[in-house]
Design a protein around this ligand. Structure first.
Ligand code: NAD
Length: 270
């Protein structure tokens, strides 16, 4: 039986997490949800230093938990290892690792710049391996850990012109299954969340640009261009991703291991 949640405690009281790529979009929303459930959090990602510090301080004040920042570049193994060590030394433990940092580049495969391929594989796939590699000894020693990889619908199906992204996200799903099998008896789970389209700042910018380029409304761009593959014709909401993450990291999620969970309005059902 999981420990009961006592008065004054929240779902993740006393736990500690790292969310990579959490200075923007999905990562920031997921970090906020973990902090809201009582978990201390290490934020990570690029951006304006003052804006990151404002967000860090605001998240800590709103939720009454420790929120720290580490600027590890997710293409660099030594910096990733240093971030995991930082979380362990500053927060005393590491229960949750959300491998979320990711970038995109779109081009036909025979014109795809090789440096873009290398960058996408490094940030979207290899960083999840390196962070998992560094975090697992801590989680095994605790006999408690949750690794949640933010893959994509593109971890399960392809779209043209996204060769590196689709290859990396399929790789993330494979890594998830392998890690899950290795740690299954040590209180650690590894799962992948596979979102469809989510309206992050990155996607929002594309909507305005496409509307201008095509001479159609932003609503039409969302419905007929961006969300063409998503049967609901609606973006996946941050709150929906947060709900799934909180379930996976809770005691109730302890037997969900090695699964790639679609949250895409039905996209990959087609
Ligand atoms: P975003 O651009 O808003 O955020 C990406 C984050 O990654 C930022 O914090 C950025 O600073 C960080 N980052 C990029 N390169 C980095 C590096 N080298 N080192 C450290 N941090 C780095 O993007 P998002 O839309 O929130 O995407 C987050 C994750 O969700 C990605 O893995 C993406 O593939 C996945 N995803 C997004 C969608 C979507 O529709 N937005 C759908 C499915 C999956």
């Amino acid at each position: 039986m999981p420990d009961p949640i006592l008065p004054g405690q929240t779902l993740l009281s006393g736990q500690a997490a790292i969310v990579t790529g959490s200075t923007s979009g999905i990562g920031m929303a997921l970090a906020d949800a973990l902090a809201g459930a009582g978990c201390s959090v290490v934020l990570n990602g690029f951006g304006d230093a003052a804006a990151i510090e404002r967000e860090r301080a605001d998240m800590a004040a709103r939720h009454g938990v420790k929120v720290l920042y580490h600027g590890a570049d997710m293409t660099k193994g030594d910096e990733i290892a240093a971030m995991v060590a930082f979380a362990r030394s500053e927060l005393g433990r590491l229960d949750i690792l959300v491998n979320n940092a990711g970038v995109q580049f779109v081009a036909p495969v025979d014109e795809f710049p090789t440096e873009k391929w290398d960058q996408i594989i490094a940030i979207n796939l290899t960083s999840a391996f390196l962070a998992t590699r560094a975090a697992l000894p801590i989680m095994k020693a605790q006999q408690h850990g949750r690794i949640v990889n933010i893959a994509s619908a593109h971890g399960l199906v392809a779209s043209p012109f996204k060769s590196a992204y689709v290859a990396a996200k399929h790789g993330v799903v494979g890594l998830t299954k392998t890690v899950a099998l290795e740690v299954a008896q040590q209180g650690v789970t590894c799962t992948a969340i596979c979102p469809g389209y989510v309206k992050t700042p990155l996607v929002e910018a594309q909507i305005a640009d496409q509307a201008k380029a095509r001479g159609i409304s932003e609503d039409a761009v969302m419905r007929d261009v961006i969300l063409a593959a998503q049967p609901t014709k609606k973006f996946v909401e941050f709150s929906e991703l947060a709900g799934l993450l909180l379930y996976l990291v809770s005691d109730a999620g302890a037997s969900v291991n090695g699964a790639a969970l679609s949250i895409d309005g039905g996209w990959t059902a087609a």
